[in-house]
Design a protein around this ligand. Structure first.
Ligand SMILES: Cc1cc2nc3c(=O)[nH]c(=O)nc-3n(C[C@H](O)[C@H](O)[C@H](O)COP(=O)(O)OP(=O)(O)OC[C@H]3O[C@@H](n4cnc5c(N)ncnc54)[C@H](O)[C@@H]3O)c2cc1C
Length: 143
């Protein structure tokens, strides 16, 4: 056991495909969720984004009625939100794909690095969420 490679348990690492679309609609056809865009699963947001897309699309259709205007407004509202999350997901993906380079870190430092992988967790935010963890980082002079 001890000397076996880390992935000898048949775990499969999916080569994630990041979907981006130049246009989210064509005529009366419209994309939402993973069909329109994907975000690496390590940020755990794909379902949330898909549901938010659906809510925004429904609201836009309700607000404007006319299809072309509704679909354009839906995309205008959602695209910047999605692109921001995709950027965070890309950072997280790159860290996950290269996590081996941080395996020399002690567990506390590794956990802190993993938490910051998407670039969305700031120290002060982490302090609010888990003051005990931040206290341990300070004690170990990791921050
Ligand atoms: C390994 C992994 C872990 C993940 N973990 C998380 C997580 O922790 N949190 C999170 O928020 N997100 C997570 N995600 C992402 C999340 O699963 C997706 O972002 C989300 O399911 C997208 O929803 P969707 O409805 O757009 O697409 P889907 O959930 O893919 O739904 C599309 C549906 O359409 C069906 N379909 C496809 N083609 C056809 C066809 N021709 N006719 C009829 N039906 C069809 C499919 O069978 C499927 O049921 C993860 C993804 C992966 C791969």
């Amino acid at each position: 056991m001890g000397s076996e490679p880390l992935l000898s348990n048949r775990s499969k690492w999916i080569q994630f495909v990041t979907v981006r679309n130049q246009h989210w609609s064509y005529g009366r056809r419209v994309l939402l969720g993973d069909a329109a865009h994907t975000a690496h699963f390590s940020i755990g947001s794909g379902t949330k984004i898909a549901l938010e897309d659906a809510a925004a699309l429904a609201a836009s259709l309700g607000r404007y009625g006319e299809v072309d205007t509704s679909l354009a407004a839906y995309e205008t509202e959602r695209r910047p939100v999605v692109e921001k999350l995709q950027a965070a997901a890309q950072s997280s993906l790159e860290w996950c794909e290269n996590a081996a380079q941080d395996l020399h870190l002690d567990p506390l430092a590794f956990a802190y690095r993993a938490m910051r992988r998407s670039g969305r967790i700031e120290l002060e935010n982490l302090r609010q969420r888990d003051p005990g963890f931040v206290a341990r980082l300070e004690e170990a002079e990791l921050i």
